[in-house]
Ligand binder design. Sequence first.
Ligand SMILES: NC(=O)c1ccc[n+]([C@@H]2O[C@H](COP(=O)([O-])OP(=O)(O)OC[C@H]3O[C@@H](n4cnc5c(N)ncnc54)[C@H](O)[C@@H]3O)[C@@H](O)[C@H]2O)c1
Length: 332
Amino acid sequence: MSRNFRVTLIGCGSVSGNHLRALNNIGNNTVVALCDLKPERAEAMREKYGLNSKIYTDYIEMLDTEKPDAVHICTPHYLHCEMTLEALKRGIYVFLEKPMCINIEQMEAMLEAERNSTASVNVCFQNRFTPSIVRAREIVEADGGITSAFGSLFWERDEKYYTESGWRGSYATEGGGVMINQAIHMMDLLIQFGGKPISLRANIDNYHLRDVIEVEDCCSGYITHESGLHTTFYATTSAKGLWCTDIQFKTANHILEVNNYNLYVDKEFVDTDESSDYAGKACYGNGHEPLIDKFYKAIENGTEMPVTMESAKWAVRLLLAAYKSHGQDTEI
Ligand SMILES: NC(=O)c1ccc[n+]([C@@H]2O[C@H](COP(=O)([O-])OP(=O)(O)OC[C@H]3O[C@@H](n4cnc5c(N)ncnc54)[C@H](O)[C@@H]3O)[C@@H](O)[C@H]2O)c1
């Protein structure tokens, strides 16, 4: 990359290290400022990643003072829309953590704001860019697409995960539970491989934290895609001690399985050089760096964002349909 971008980041919590390590590794960017309501978190990240960034607690002040080329938004879900609108209004490119937003009104406002801005938004669906998924996609495309797929996610998120965050576990601030937070990547991949979804029949429940969170900790569903294809999924964060995401795709010639970030084709392990030196939790994978690299290349070359809001919105529409569904067919 030849251009030096002036970069800022809002929200110096769990995932921010994945962004800052990627920014250090891809080079030729200057992280001019970090913002967090808790400045000690921003200071800790500045120190850990060897940055000279200024620290802010007010993101509007940071955007107006620093006038950056780009801002990475790594804040609680309910703030994604507001912060994206403020950046777009100022012509600042946005690298936005998932989920894009928590309701349809926000989605429409964000798409409208992007149409009226000189800048654009990339949503962080980094799993599209991990080596195992990239390889699986090549095989599927060579086989003419999938004929069926299912996804399952068995993770544990305990009481402390919710109570210590100050924002998880409530519809107003997280927007939902396992679907909007953990399974959203799996939903996006089912859509990437299966095509645009048009309806969903789903059931949600709260198995293990009934007195702690108001949102769901499990969901099962049956998706109908525009092509007529059906895919199914099951997701829960009540699986004590487990981290297992498993997606299986069937093509005319093969059965592919991506289990955590390992690819198997017809039950044979395929080495895709997935590194286990993760920047953050293992479940975040290795996709942040290739996606962030593509984001800055797209700005530099004036090309489309690698994960546009138009393509990312379907996963949100799908999970909002799951919240409405209660065993009925729901339009997406
Ligand atoms: N892509 C992935 O795989 C992945 C993984 C983890 C988290 N995430 C997403 O990243 C986002 C952040 O998640 P996290 O786990 O890092 O959360 P976190 O709670 O650890 O961090 C959020 C940070 O935002 C700060 N914050 C809150 N309101 C703010 C405001 N108004 N101004 C400035 N800072 C503010 C908080 O103080 C906190 O430090 C969420 O959207 C989450 O879903 C994505």
